[in-house]
Write a protein that binds this ligand. Structure first.
Ligand code: SF4
Length: 689
């Protein structure tokens, strides 16, 4: 034990796995991270991001005082001055003129308060967060199929699977401590199938790799469904007792495009591999499905997830350990931000803003007479559309920890949208490409400087514990919101002394969190929702006996394949897909300030197939231009055999070569998620190379 060193048990600020870690604190500084040995998810292990999670905390660039833009430049201001200005400006707008963008990096308490502020103070349902960009397709589709839009099983029971089907997820690099479970399951004899246009580290570990063409997921899954039915491998008992709609599903997959040759033609996956995958998924029970944004970020995102739900119900793989439909959530608290109602159509706990009963409940808990209109607000992607293309309709934007300039599709359009905002406030820990455009910037606390809870990908509510004070005058997002509400005359409804006070209100307002309290989260560290009462043990597996639909049945929803919004053409002959690097996190504001992580991968690249590169005369490491109909970037080529011909991949973390300058903002009609994962692009040699 080092003298004067204390260790604070908390939760990793990066991905949705939710590993436990210990922050080593000496002299009011976080000097290191140790893995939490007894934590059930990571069992004393951390990935590189978690291991170096402390390195950005004391960065010189941290925001330490409120900033107000005057004459085009930011000048420091007092809290009082900044909050009075915001209060005055916000009060001048009508509910439909403002938009609130919450954050999956903020705590449950902060997201709950953020949507409460929007709904109580500003009387608007125009509130959303970055789940719109990652798993809104999941929420819509699984709510329809199963009655609940969350991961059905637990990370811990993955090891019991005999087959694991991974589609659209590079689990080893993006959810490394779930990747570890995959390895452990394999050691116990499980077979792993990976469907991915790239031979990722996950695909390399798999027993079977299906090199799928981006944007053909429904075709592949319908092909698997048809082959399972033809093989007589469907779970008749489960279908009859637990589901409805099977006959229509069967009719839908009887078309030519779902035969083995038809599926292979559309997806580019060899017929024999489709057949082998179908047999493995149906006959090696239990089988678990893992998927992520390769599935959801499409104009057919909802249909992709519905098709996967069909597949797992068809094979009876719901409601038992080692099975399930398991969307891997990206950000550390994206599940929690959804649960807390940072969405335009629901209060916390997915209670509809349009239903009288839910509205009455929230008015009672919040102590208000009136809320805004009983109608869902607009989504963040619709807000960008309105701002960019219909200036004057939306006027004010309030952001908490979001950087849409890097994370939204079609960056030039996002810039146009943000330039059209009349008044913009951003709560942040660093200046970002987005805060530069704001009128007021408020300095927020990082994960190490506040208390709260995060809810990870398997619905596990866990504590975040304060280790040190925030720098300068920075303060937790919840405290900023409480002070602003007070400045706007709503002090009584936002009178919280600590994060725990807010969580107690969350439990009163949210049926699925009703039995969770800070006291109960001390031992055994976490509870998985639904946890409806103080003695309820939490729910590791959903839909064990009945689904959460009104009739208790799982609903098959037949879907047919349709191509992405943009397909390759003569001018743009390649398909661009995007993703992340093992070493970086989203817009890079934290990991690129980390000495150990930032040094590993310093800038972006375009991955391209070696045969495509040879045809174009492009060598490995050569700087090339990548263009789409929306813009162009220049970056080095990584020439490899590990990506499908005709497909290129660009990571989206790097502001100097932003992948999202190229991506297509076309939306899924239901979830309004943009099609980040497939657009038409081209690669050109640059003169001088
Ligand atoms: Fe953090 Fe995710 Fe890595 Fe765990 S797997 S240490 S939660 S980034």
């Amino acid at each position: 034990m080092i003298p004067d060193m204390k260790f604070v048990a908390t939760t990793c600020p990066y991905c949705g796995v939710g590993c436990g870690l210990l922050l080593a604190v000496r002299d009011e500084r976080v000097v290191g991270v140790e893995p939490w040995q007894a934590h059930p998810i990571n069992e004393g292990k951390l990935c590189q991001k978690g291991r170096y999670a402390h390195q950005f905390i004391h960065s010189e660039d941290r925001l330490k005082t409120p900033l107000i833009k005057r004459g085009g430049s930011f000048v420091p201001a007092s809290w009082d001055e900044a909050l009075q200005l915001i209060a005055r400006r916000l009060s001048s707008y009508r509910p439909e003129e403002v938009f609130f963008l919450a954050s999956a990096k903020a705590t449950n308490e902060e997201n709950y308060l953020f949507q409460k502020f929007a709904r109580v103070v500003m009387k608007t349902n125009n509130v959303d967060h970055c789940a719109r960009l990652c798993h809104s397709s999941t929420v819509s589709a699984l709510a329809k199929a199963f009655g609940s839009g969350a991961m059905t099983n637990s990370i811990l029971d993955l090891e019991e699977a005999r087959c694991i089907f991974v589609i659209g997820s590079n689990t080893f690099e993006q959810h490394p401590l779930i990747g570890r479970r995959l390895v452990l399951a394999r050691r116990r004899g499980a077979k792993v199938i990976s469907a991915d246009p790239r031979l990722t580290p996950t695909a390399k570990e798999a027993d079977l790799h299906l090199p799928i063409r981006p944007g053909t997921d429904v075709a592949l899954i319908n092909g698997l469904v048809r082959r399972i039915i033809e093989g007589g491998w469907e779970d008749r008992g489960f279908i009859e007792e637990r589901t409805r709609g099977f006959e229509t599903l069967r009719e839908t997959v009887m078309k030519e495009e779902s035969t083995l040759p038809g599926t292979s033609r559309i997806t580019g996956v060899p017929e024999g591999d489709i057949e082998a995958a179908a047999e493995m998924i149906a006959t090696l029970k239990p089988a678990a499905l893992l998927y992520s944004m390769g599935v959801t970020q499409h104009t057919s995102g909802v249909e992709n997830v519905l098709a996967l739900a069909n597949l797992m119900m068809l094979t009876g793989n719901i409601g038992r350990p080692g099975s399930g439909v398991n969307p891997l959530r990206g950000q550390n608290n994206v599940q929690g931000a959804c649960d807390m109602g940072a969405l335009p159509n629901v209060f916390s706990g997915y209670q509809s803003v349009e239903e009288d009963g839910c509205r009455r409940r929230m008015k009672r808990v919040w102590g208000v007479e009136e809320l805004g209109e009983a109608r869902a607000g607009i989504t963040s992607t619709e807000m960008m559309e309105i701002l960019a293309d219909r200036p004057g309709r939306m006027k004010a934007l309030y952001l908490m920890g979001e950087n849409p300039m890097i994370s939204e599709a079609d960056q030039n359009r996002v810039r146009r949208a943000l330039d059209n905002v009349e008044f913009m406030v951003s709560q942040e820990i660093f200046m970002t490409e987005t805060t530069e455009l704001a009128d007021v910037v408020l300095p927020a606390a990082s994960f190490a400087e506040k208390d709260g809870t995060f809810t990870n990908t398997d619905r596990r509510v866990q504590r975040l514990r304060k280790a040190i004070d925030p720098p300068g005058e920075a303060m937790p997002d919840w405290e900023i919101l409480s002070r602003l509400a007070r400045a706007m005359g709503y002090g009584k409804m936002f009178d919280y002394r600590r994060a725990e006070d807010i969580f107690e209100e969350v439990a009163r307002a949210t049926p699925s969190y009703a039995g969770i309290s800070y006291r109960r989260l001390e031992e055994p560290h976490a509870l998985q929702w639904p946890c409806p009462g103080p003695h309820h043990p939490g729910t590791p597996i959903l839909h064990v006996e009945r689904f959460a639909t009104p009739d208790g049945l799982g609903h098959f929803t037949p879907v047919e394949w349709r191509p992405p919004a943009e397909v390759p053409s003569e001018d743009y002959p390649l398909i661009l897909t995007t993703g992340r690097s093992l070493w970086h996190w989203h817009a890079g504001s934290m990991t690129r300030r980390s000495k150990s992580l930032g040094g590993e991968v310093e800038t972006g690249w375009v991955e391209m197939n070696e045969e495509d590169a040879e045809e174009m005369g492009i060598g490995d490491g050569e700087v090339v231009r990548v263009s789409s109909r929306r813009g162009r970037i220049e970056l080095p080529a990584r020439v490899t055999s590990e990506i499908k011909r005709g497909v290129i991949f660009v990571p989206f973390h790097f502001a100097e070569c932003p992948a999202n300058r190229l991506t297509n903002a076309a939306l899924d009609p239901v979830s309004k998620i943009p099609e980040f994962k497939a657009c038409a692009a081209r690669v050109d040699k640059l003169r001088g190379w």
